[in-house]
Design a protein around this ligand. Structure first.
Ligand code: G6P
Length: 609
């Protein structure tokens, strides 16, 4: 989790670091800090509890110096506080920022204390600073010291170190947490995400697992895990400089909700022919692999897991291929049996979620036919470590609560399902219709967004409630789950989702006038069943909000509010019905006055376990 940014330049770097941190706040925002090497070769450090703006407010006197590191934190060891904020220092010369978790920190801490080091924080990170300091006393070669220390660490880290006794370099190490070097002219940079560096460069080198690198103003030297010098390719980023800007929208989340028609258009672009889908979107080997697939295992976390659940319904009904779906943190720690000819699919917005990545790495040895990542970040670890990949092209998503990443994942999954169906005797006429429906999806989403005003009016009914229930059936059940997740994430109202048929087995006991119930009701083959479930709730005094197709013929009355969603092909209804639920949670959060883009205790990209 946590965001890292570093710079080495002839100019003062504090502003560059601060701007970088603001762009990385999605990785964590409970505290932030910065250290630079001043002209007299001393380390100057500022840290603050709270968001990056709190750090900026502390810096009434800008830090002066051309070498610096900075960090925005999401606490794992030690409460959010100024003293636990990074950079951590050792002696008067070493400063370090770290993203990840050092699993053997207790034992290392004990050794360091025995050696006379005094700890200033409760973090696992501080051990690295002291270890580097200890080595530097002997070696006086920062790269060699970091390389040595890296071998002592167990766990996951991306770390950047500077030594004011060697003020012409930054040394960085990557193992399990992403790091990217940004190349400038006469200046170089480092960050945990290229987004942080877009204002200063477009040229990036992505470090690989186990890499250690030394960065000066004019050079980059990289060694791989075996200590052998390596050249890593320089990649040019085409991401928009302003991608991290919310324009005229009040929040990133709202902007990202409205981005969805275009994001879906981008996700579909050059991936559909008239009557079939282009499997090359998944990679050159995709066709040969897809032809063999008999089972699909999908693994993901959070919102991405919900998109996987929708895909299960689609895969089994349209492609006739068995599909299992599991939360990555569960999958990675259990012994599982992999059916023959099984494809492992991981889904992740960031491509850096620790549990999903670990599940992929663990599964590599289990005999899968191939691995496929559905992901929004091309240079991410997940994509680089998978055999096949589908880029969702959602564009940068800043709001912690995922919106456009989810709907574009659904598009990627829809294309995957049709790709597999193409190898599995799908009726060509049906395939053509499904492709046609996909092409219409962006317009359907535009139409659906016009419901915003109506939904804003409904939101008041939720703001003073403490619990809500979301109901759906079939492929709308995961959409109910996603709606409930959005509401709890940003409005802090307890929200639970149920497959509507399961109501009678428990949750009906909860129904009263204080429990609003949200129902997603497109006109599909389960509509009549769902209507019976709605009646079960009504009979017990529940207040219902039903998002329904016009043809579903729900009538509003005292106990039931109907919001008509544009008519859509049932197979893509999960994508369309997602939008009203996103808007609902957004407007409820606005009334409640919560921090929509950065809800408490959460982070956008969870790169620790
Ligand atoms: C965090 C985010 C969620 C996201 C989940 C998985 O919990 O707050 O919005 O769905 O991580 O992230 P990924 O990048 O793997 O999709």
């Amino acid at each position: 989790m946590c965001g890292i940014v570093g710079a080495i330049a002839q100019r003062d770097v504090a502003q560059i670091l601060l701007e970088g941190l603001k762009r990385l706040e999605y990785r964590g925002y409970d505290s932030a800090g910065m250290a630079v090497i001043g002209s007299d070769q001393t380390i100057e450090r500022v840290r603050a509890l709270g968001k990056v703006q709190a750090l900026a407010d502390c810096m009434t006197q800008p830090l002066l110096g051309g070498v610096g590191i900075a960090h925005t934190r999401w606490a794992t060891h030690g409460e959010p506080s100024e003293r636990n904020a990074h950079p951590h220092v050792s002696g008067n010369n070493i400063a370090l920022v770290h993203n990840g978790i050092i699993e053997n920190h207790t034992e290392l801490r004990q050794q360091l204390e025995d050696d006379g080091y005094q700890f200033q924080s409760e973090t696992d990170t501080e051990v690295i600073a002291h270890l580097v300091h200890r080595e530097q006393q002997v070696r006086n070669d920062l790269l060699a010291s970091v390389r040595f220390v890296a071998k002592l660490l167990r766990g996951a880290y991306g770390a950047v170190v500077m030594d004011s006794n060697s003020p012409d370099k930054l040394v960085v190490a990557r193992s399990g947490s992403p790091l990217v070097i940004g190349l400038g002219i006469g200046e170089n940079f480092i960050a945990s995400d290229s987004l942080a560096l877009l204002p200063v460069t477009r040229q990036f080198i992505y470090l690989e697992e186990g890499d250690v690198a030394e960065i000066t103003r004019t050079s980059v030297y990289i060694e791989d895990a075996n200590g052998v010098q390596v050249e890593r390719p320089v990649q040019e980023s085409t991401a928009s400089y302003d991608a991290g800007n919310k324009g005229n929208y009040r929040h990133f989340m709202l902007k990202e909700i409205y981005d969805q028609p275009q994001a879906v258009r981008n996700a579909l672009e050059s991936r559909l022919a008239d009557d079939h889908v282009l499997e090359q979107a998944f990679g050159t080997d995709a066709s040969a692999i897809f032809a063999q697939v008999r089972h699909v295992q999908i693994v993901a976390c959070g919102t991405s897991y919900h998109s996987a659940m929708v895909a299960r319904y689609w895969l089994e009904s349209l492609a006739g291929i068995a599909c299992s779906v599991e939360i990555a943190s569960e999958y990675r720690y259990r012994k599982s049996v992999v059916p023959e000819k099984s494809l492992l699919v991981t889904i992740s917005q960031s491509g850096e979620t620790a549990d999903t990545l670990a599940a992929l790495r663990m599964a590599r040895h289990l005999g899968y036919l191939a691995t496929l990542a559905i992901c929004n970040v091309g240079a991410s670890s997940l994509v680089r470590e998978s055999d096949l990949a589908f880029m969702t092209r959602a564009g940068v998503e800043i709001g912690v609560a995922s919106t456009k990443a989810f709907t574009t994942q659904l598009v990627g999954l829809a294309i995957l399902v049709l790709s597999l169906a193409q190898h599995n005797n799908i009726n060509p006429e049906q395939l053509k219709q499904l492709v046609a429906a996909l092409k219409q999806l962006p317009e359907k989403l535009e139409e659906t967004l016009q419901l915003a005003g109506d939904i804003e009016n409904l939101a008041q009914g939720f703001a003073d409630k403490h619990h809500t229930l979301f109901l759906g059936r079939g492929d709308q059940y995961p959409i109910a789950m996603e709606g409930a997740l959005k509401l709890k994430e940003i409005s802090y109202i307890h929200a639970e989702a149920y497959a509507a048929g399961e109501l009678k087995h428990g949750p009906l006991a909860l129904i009263d006038e204080d429990m609003p119930i949200v129902v997603v009701a497109p006109n599909n083959e389960l509509l009549e069943k769902l209507k019976s479930n709605v009646e079960e709730v009504r009979a017990r005094g529940g207040l219902l909000y039903v998002f329904a197709d016009v043809d579903a013929h729900f009538e509003s009355d005292d106990t039931l509010r109907v919001i008509n969603v544009p008519h859509t092909d049932p197979w893509l209804a999960p994508v369309v019905y997602t939008l009203p639920l996103q808007l609902l949670s957004y407007y409820v959060a606005i009334i409640k006055g919560t921090d929509v883009d950065q809800p408490r205790n959460l982070a956008k990209s969870v790169t620790v376990e």
